[in-house]
Design a protein around this ligand. Structure first.
Ligand code: HEM
Length: 147
């Protein structure tokens, strides 16, 4: 993971780790409500083998791990590999990423309130796309290798 976020974004993201710890699952639960308004998204997740209701917790844990380690992303390597492998197994495509961003970012405001500062929303927008690029590139090489 060679690319990096700006020092300012890293410090904002790290400062939100306690909020993510407390409200992460509420945010991701709300995110899925927003995402599943789109039948294509609903279908993609319905086809996933695990329907344990654990998904919002897993996504919240991934976001928290990211927030806590925004300045030391190498520790996230194994979890990035696991997520990319799972995504590839479910045929997640680059064009799916905007829909998740458009569900996740408003979900943060839904849960934390409109008072969330603009700089915090911007930092999470930047962080989402940073992580998305890492995942997309891993998924791309998995698809190219035909795994
Ligand atoms: C930065 C963006 C994203 C992050 C951080 C993320 C994170 C995760 C995590 C942590 C898991 C669970 C992996 C495991 O089983 O251990 C997962 C699974 C999954 N993700 Fe993502 N994801 C992202 C984007 C997307 C997008 C754009 C899609 C497509 C709409 C997607 C669809 C799925 C599906 C279908 C699963 C499998 C669900 C299941 O096992 O029930 N994800 N993702």
């Amino acid at each position: 993971m060679s690319a990096s976020l700006s020092p300012e974004t890293i410090s904002i993201i790290k400062s939100t780790a306690p909020v993510m710890r407390q409200h992460g699952v509420a945010i991701t639960t709300r995110m899925y409500e927003r995402l599943f308004v789109d039948p294509e998204m609903r279908r993609l997740f319905d086809e996933a083998a695990q329907k344990s209701g654990e998904q919002p917790k897993r996504l919240a844990a991934a976001l928290l791990a990211f927030a806590s380690n925004a300045d030391n992303l190498d520790v996230l390597k194994d979890s990035v590999e696991r997520i990319a492998a799972r995504h590839a197994a479910m045929s997640v495509k680059p064009e799916h990423y905007p829909a998740v961003a458009n569900a996740l970012l408003p979900a943060i405001k839904d849960v934390l309130g409109d008072a969330v500062e603009e700089r915090i929303m911007n930092a999470w927008g930047e962080a989402y796309w940073f992580l998305a690029e890492i995942l997309k590139s891993r998924e791309d090489s998995i698809y190219k290798r035909g795994e």
